[in-house]
Design a protein. Structure first.
Length: 273
């Protein structure tokens, strides 16, 4: 094989990771026993993980131990009104049919949509609890899982007493594995706390089970906007000397959530005009 060929370069960058490798490398990032961590991950970014999502989840659980807690997004955003485009370019004449027939959210059954294979496996993991929100649910396991997931108001998705607000009160952490700030759900808490002129509220609709029957309900909530999250995150990294670690091939950020949220509130109030 010729030196410098694309094939050689590709082979040189391949990484294989066992559970022990993951535990060692995540501990080097600062993960330790007893922490409460909100995890966002791209499994493929790590390289070849022996055992895939199962191994990754097991490694994180072993690190935090019985006194720790893991959280992951388990959102079901297709359970929103078809007029918002969540089903792609379906004909408008289908919208009524979708509204009348889209399955109601069931936290035991409804898959996590677009959250990745790790989040989908995690929401079915033994002992995991999941919030009742039909479109923006969070899953958690460990010491604080029941507290984090027991309430998730339809309208108050990311604000006070939401799962990410409870992570703030627990002085928890955010772990970004191979993903950037655009996937950092915690920043939506900053949106609810910050005062900026473009803040707005919208009506969303979802299928739920109420009194044993499926209903299509509409609720008012703050509109989320992550368009500036990457810019915000880059500035936060620079100003706060956030270290970007490596686990396998993945860029990994591990940070306290509370200072990020407080900093982001000030950033949004200054930059969202």
């Amino acid at each position: 094989m010729r030196t410098g060929s694309k094939m050689t370069k590709k082979m040189e960058t391949r990484v294989i990771l066992t559970k022990d490798d993951l535990i060692t490398q995540f501990k080097d990032c600062g993960l330790t026993e007893g922490q409460t961590i909100f995890v966002h991950t791209s499994l493929n970014s790590l390289g070849f993980v022996v055992g895939g999502a199962e191994t990754l989840i097991n490694s994180l659980l072993e690190i935090v131990g019985v006194e720790g807690t893991l959280m992951m997004p388990s959102q079901t955003w297709k359970n929103l009104d078809p007029s918002t485009g969540v089903h792609g370019e379906v004909p408008q004449e289908w919208w009524t049919i979708i509204r009348e027939n889209w399955p109601a959210y069931d936290k035991e059954i409804t898959p996590a949509i677009g959250m990745g294979i790790v989040a989908e496996m995690f929401r079915k993991w033994p002992g995991v609890k999941r919030t009742d929100h039909p479109a923006r649910s969070i899953a958690a396991v460990g010491k604080h899982a029941e507290y984090i997931t027991k309430e998730h108001d339809l309208s108050n998705i990311f604000g006070e007493n939401s799962p990410i607000d409870k992570l703030y009160e627990l002085d928890g952490y955010v772990l970004l594995i191979g993903v950037g700030y655009d996937k950092n759900t915690s920043l939506h808490l900053s949106e609810t706390r910050a005062n900026f002129p473009t803040k707005r509220f919208i009506d969303e609709s979802s299928g739920i089970i109420k009194d044993g029957k499926r209903e299509w309900v509409t609720y008012t909530t703050q509109a989320v906007d992550d368009v500036d999250f990457v810019k915000l995150g880059n500035e936060y990294d620079k100003e706060n000397n956030i270290k970007i670690h490596k686990v396998g091939n993945a860029d990994v950020r591990f940070m306290k959530q509370k200072p990020l949220i407080d900093w982001a509130v000030e950033w949004m109030e200054k930059n969202r005009v």
